[in-house]
Design a protein around this ligand. Structure first.
Ligand SMILES: Cc1cc2nc3c(=O)[nH]c(=O)nc-3n(C[C@H](O)[C@H](O)[C@H](O)COP(=O)(O)OP(=O)(O)OC[C@H]3O[C@@H](n4cnc5c(N)ncnc54)[C@H](O)[C@@H]3O)c2cc1C
Length: 363
């Protein structure tokens, strides 16, 4: 255990145990009096969840209890609801004091609290897919596209319809990438309906074939549906806190080059919640976590602020899986689709790599 600059053991609190928060927690646990606050007991690799819907056992490796990699710190399973200059308030009414705070609440999700509950959810989703002849996917961002890719690959006999409000798929990356993805779907008989939204009030959860309506009045039939609409930034809880003025108009926390919230000496932010002008991706959230960890270790050891590491924004690089063997890659100057990007991401979906980053054996 290292001591703080003044000799006392410093308290570091990380809020959010997602891609960035889990790595930060793992890196800091032996350097301070550490607490991780997360809504759930586990870290889930977000981009593996669509595979887990077609193959539930896949989630046994991609859903990881925080305690498996965080052996030294305190874990509080709760939502953070408020912060002051010195404390975090949890949903259960507990006040957690801090010397340094890191906010990593990229996206809030309503998922089960326990790993067992989450694995059960994947089994239910899988049953829903298997027992359907036709599936409707609502949303053409990365989640909807990857889910459609998984179902089209593992269950080519099922009729898949994907409805998206935007004028093209995957709006977070380039137009060429979107067109290639659309053609990939066409070649696999996935029907893509653009510039329309499914009227959610027309959807019922009762089993059996249902009629769905779009905003344009188009009607079609499907046995079940999955909502794959963006989760939004997990910063709503900060709107009434001391950090309310640190949020930009998109609800992102404004950080400096050292990843500290502008104007704050002891509060950092990492991951998708930051206003850094770059594509929001997990591998970048991890890079940010490592910069923040380095800076915190320096400060905890009494180092000079001028020695802190800086974070540089990265150019666009994204990989979208299309089933088990194919994928789409967006590089800064080009895009490609098919086996090659599939080789990089689609087989294991970086699950083994991510586990290794957290110091875990590949189960
Ligand atoms: C389908 C899909 C595919 C993707 N594929 C890739 C890919 O191939 N490569 C890649 O690099 N990125 C990919 N991404 C993007 C990547 O998942 C995100 O960029 C990454 O998850 C951001 O990490 P984060 O730590 O900022 O936030 P998150 O991973 O969203 O973690 C946020 C954490 O905060 C917790 N939380 C939220 N609010 C609170 C609160 N008030 N109190 C306590 N806890 C809270 C949540 O429970 C969660 O654990 C993909 C995303 C999706 C949806």
């Amino acid at each position: 255990m290292e001591l703080g600059g003044g000799g006392e053991r410093k308290r570091v609190v990380v809020i959010g145990g997602g891609v960035a928060g889990s790595l930060l927690a793992k890196s800091l646990q032996f350097h301070c009096d550490f607490t991780l606050i997360d809504q759930k007991e586990y870290f889930e690799i977000p981009w593996a969840s669509l595979r887990a819907m077609v193959e539930p056992s896949f989630a046994e490796r991609s859903v990881i209890n925080h305690r498996d990699y965080l052996t030294n710190g305190q874990i509080l399973t709760s939502g953070a609801v408020n912060i002051t200059d010195t404390e975090v308030l949890t949903g259960e009414g507990r006040l957690i004091p801090y010397d340094y705070l890191v906010i990593a609440t990229g996206h809030a999700d309503s998922v089960p609290i326990s790993k067992t509950g989450r694995l059960k959810e994947f089994q239910q989703d899988n049953l829903k897919i298997r027992s359907a002849h036709s599936v409707l996917i609502v949303g053409g961002g990365p989640t909807g596209v990857e889910l459609a890719g998984e179902i089209a690959t593992d269950f080519p006999e099922k009729k898949i319809t994907l409805v998206h409000t935007g004028s093209r798929l995957l709006e977070f990356i380039g137009e060429k990438a979107a067109n290639k993805t659309l053609n990939w779907f066409k070649s696999r008989n996935v029907e893509v309906i653009l510039e329309q939204s499914v009227r959610l009030d027309t959807i019922s959860d009762s089993p059996g074939s249902k009629i769905y309506q779009t905003s344009e009045g188009e009607r079609f039939e499907a046995d079940c549906h999955f909502l794959c609409i963006g989760k939004g930034v997990g910063s709503a809880w900060l709107r009434e806190t001391v950090l309310k003025n640190s949020l930009d108009i998109n609800g992102r926390l404004m950080v400096d080059e050292n990843l500290r919230i502008i104007g704050r000496k002891n509060v950092f932010a990492v991951g998708d919640i930051t206003n850094i002008r770059e594509i929001k991706q997990g591998y970048l959230a991890q890079k940010q976590a490592l910069v923040a960890a380095k800076n915190l270790k320096l400060l905890l050891a009494g180092g000079r602020e001028s020695k802190m590491a800086t974070y540089q924004a990265h150019s666009v690089l994204a990989l979208v899986s299309l089933g088990r063997k194919q994928g789409l890659a967006q590089f800064p100057y080009t895009t490609c689709i098919g086996r090659l990007p599939g080789l990089i991401k689609s087989k294991d979906l970086f699950v083994g790599k991510t586990r290794k980053t957290l110091g875990l054996e590949d189960a």
